[in-house]
Every structure is written in structure tokens, then in C-alpha cells.
Design a binder for this molecule. Structure first.
Ligand SMILES: Nc1ncnc2c1ncn2[C@@H]1O[C@H](COP(=O)(O)OP(=O)(O)OP(=O)(O)O)[C@@H](O)[C@H]1O
Ligand SMILES: O=P(O)(O)OC[C@@]1(O)O[C@H](CO)[C@@H](O)[C@@H]1O
Length: 326
């Protein structure tokens, strides 16, 4: 089969703008075994900058892709998140809000079981929202890629992703949407260039349980028919599936010890944008993205892998070609 680019007509010069409306200080706590109702004395927790778009931005900066991160930050935690991003080479252009950014607690036990305690978004005012909306539109130039990551917080209209994707299309800006539920459903109506649901999110979207890879491919193909350019479904240890109007591919990944899966999907998103930025073929883009996810799960907290870690995993990935699903 002829190899196509991951997406068409992308200039190498564009930068990536990641949107995270609800960033978080992620606190990782290790326990031998989590026993509700008892005292746990734990090793010093790890504290990492988190929130889906922040994780994407950190990985991209490590891969030397010019990246700007925007969204809302507030209070002391907001200051800390800004500093963490800057120190990792991300241009941080967040709108400051009066309320404190959240903290999410992740508990991982010795068996690798993850328990997540994620807080709601701090409230923001209409004025803060308008400032953000203006900032975002100013940051996006022609040929840039807009990565819309995570769910929409309370106070934000559920069709905002749809509206901003429509605006981006008219402005020559490419879009990647990584969300779930209604935000994803409505966002898809504006036909983003790329979406990256996991299997559960795809099942929610289609309203049906997907029992095997064939059903995943078919469900992804329906979204392509509805107007999405590239649908990448992350499948955990089973790698990922990627469907366009002319290709249906499954990337298989090696079996590895999982230290922390937090941010694995975000690392896949960063891997996709890396391939697109360098105008890799679709094959190479999705292989790199899958390898990035697999390299990530071997890192603690939501620490991203290095390019070398990804390249090590890349050597053990392979692709199964399902042929066109259309
Ligand atoms: N157990 C595993 N072994 C090897 N690779 C894995 C494993 N789990 C995840 N991965 C890699 O990470 C990628 C993303 O994982 P997953 O499908 O769990 O993402 P996700 O559900 O979107 O993650 P999250 O929302 O937690 O960030 C997979 O496509 C795969 O490449
Ligand atoms: O509460 P949300 O917005 O759904 O998810 C937030 C979050 O769990 O997602 C990232 C991993 O993808 C973490 O860094 C962060 O804490």
C-alpha cells in the first residue's frame, strides 16, 4: 500500500499550541497496599506538573518541537506550574485567574494499581474566560497546530471545542482533539484533523461495547466518514489503532513493566504531533506515538520519557495493516 503522510499539507514551520483549561499539580503517593480507613506512612510523594495539555507540552518541548501552553492557572499552585513548564522549555502563556489551580492525588500500590483522586476546576469569571479566548486566538498563527486536551470544566460551554475547531479551520490552523463525553461528541461535529480517544472513550461515543480490534477499526472508520481526518485509538498494552479515509493500521507494542500509566495517552498525543511536525509518513507517525506511550508507562509519576527511551521502544513495535475500512 502506498504510504501517505499523517495529515496533508502541513508546514514544518508551524508550532504547537496546547490548551489545558484545568491544569493540576499531580501528587503521586506510593503505598504497599491501599487500605481505606487506616494510616499509611508513605515515602515522600512526587509532585509533577499535570493536566493533559501540560503533559503534551512537556513531551513536545523535550522533543524540540516549538510549543506554547495556554489555559488557566491560579494561585501558588499556578505559579509553581508556570515555573515547572518554563524550566522544561515550554513557553507558558496561561491566563491568570483569581482562584487556585487544583491538586490531583494519584495513589499507586506495589501491584501497580492506580487510584486517582482528581479535583474539579477552580471557578473562573466571564472576564477571565474572554481574556483566555482572546489570548488563544492571538497565539495561533497560520500553520500552527492546536491541541485541545482534556474535558471542559464547569462554566465553559459544552460546544466550545466545536466552536474553536470551526474557527481554526477557517483560519488555516490544524486541530487535534483529545477529550471525552459530550465535549468530544460535539467537538467531532466540527471535523477536527485528528482525535485520540482511548477504547473506553470510543465506546462511550459510539454507545456500543467494542469486543475486538475489528470492531474498534469499524467504529473509528465511522468517525472518519463523519469528517475526522485521522482517528487514533489508544488501546493500552495492545498499542493503538489508526484509521484514515485510506488506511486502517494497528501498531503492536512490546510488553513492558508498567511503573505509572498516568499521562500515557498524552504522550501518544505528543508523539503524533512530533510525527506530523516532521512530516513523517502515517506509518512512522503512529509507530513513534505508540512507542512514546510505551516508553512513558515505564517512567514514574507523569514524567515523560526521553527521545532515546522512545527510540528503544520503537525498535520493538510493528504494524499490522488492516486495509482500508471505507
Ligand atoms: N501496559 C502497557 N504496555 C505497553 N504499552 C502500554 C501499556 N499501557 C499503555 N501503553 C502505551 O501507552 C499508550 C496509551 O495508553 P492508554 O491507551 O492506556 O492511554 P489513555 O487511556 O488515553 O491514557 P491516559 O488517559 O491515562 O493518559 C498505548 O497506546 C500504548 O502505546
Ligand atoms: O481530571 P481530568 O482533567 O480528566 O484529568 C487530569 C489528569 O488526570 O490527566 C492527566 C493524565 O492524562 C494528569 O496529569 C491529570 O491529573
Amino acid at each position: 500500500m502506498e504510504r501517505q503522510g499523517a495529515t496533508e499539507h502541513v508546514s514544518r514551520t508551524g508550532r504547537v499550541i496546547t490548551v489545558t483549561l484545568n491544569p493540576a499539580v499531580d501528587l503521586f503517593v506510593s503505598v504497599k497496599h491501599l487500605e481505606p480507613g487506616t494510616l499509611h506512612r508513605v515515602p515522600t510523594p512526587l509532585q509533577h506538573a499535570g493536566g493533559k495539555g501540560l503533559n503534551v507540552a512537556k513531551m513536545l518541548a523535550c522533543l524540540s518541537v516549538p510549543t506554547v501552553a495556554t489555559g488557566f492557572l491560579g494561585g501558588r499552585r499556578g505559579d509553581w506550574l508556570h515555573e515547572a513548564l518554563v524550566s522544561q522549555g515550554v513557553e507558558s502563556q496561561f491566563v491568570r485567574i483569581a482562584n487556585e489551580s487544583r491538586m490531583n492525588v494519584k495513589v499507586i500500590d506495589d501491584a501497580g494499581t492506580l487510584t486517582e483522586l482528581n479535583s474539579p476546576a477552580p471557578a473562573f469569571t466571564d472576564e477571565e474566560w474572554h481574556l483566555f479566548d482572546d489570548t488563544l486566538r492571538t497565539l495561533c498563527g497560520p500553520n500552527s497546530w492546536l491541541a485541545l486536551c482534556g474535558n471542559l470544566p464547569a462554566g465553559c460551554q459544552s460546544h466550545w471545542y466545536r466552536d474553536i475547531i470551526s474557527w481554526a479551520k477557517q483560519s488555516g490552523i490544524k486541530t487535534l482533539l483529545d477529550a471525552s463525553g459530550v465535549a468530544l461528541e460535539l467537538g467531532i461535529q466540527a471535523c477536527p484533523d485528528v482525535i485520540k480517544p482511548n477504547q473506553h472513550e470510543l465506546e462511550q461515543l459510539t454507545g456500543s461495547t467494542l469486543h475486538n480490534h475489528e470492531e474498534v477499526m469499524r467504529a473509528a472508520a465511522q468517525l472518519v466518514e463523519a469528517g475526522v481526518g485521522l482517528v487514533v485509538v489508544s488501546l493500552g498494552e495492545e498499542g493503538l489503532a489508526a484509521v484514515t479515509s485510506s488506511a486502517a493500521l494497528h501498531v503492536r507494542v512490546p510488553s513492558v513493566p508498567v511503573v505509572s500509566s498516568v499521562g500515557a495517552g498524552d504522550t501518544v498525543v505528543a508523539g503524533l504531533l512530533y510525527g506530523i511536525f516532521h512530516q513523517f509518513s502515517l506509518y512512522d507517525t503512529i509507530r513513534f506515538a505508540a512507542a512514546a506511550g510505551t516508553a512513558k508507562v515505564q517512567k514514574p509519576g507523569n514524567m515523560h520519557p526521553s527521545k532515546e527511551d522512545i527510540e528503544t521502544c520503537l525498535a520493538s513495535t510493528d504494524i499490522v495493516d488492516w486495509g482500508s475500512q471505507s
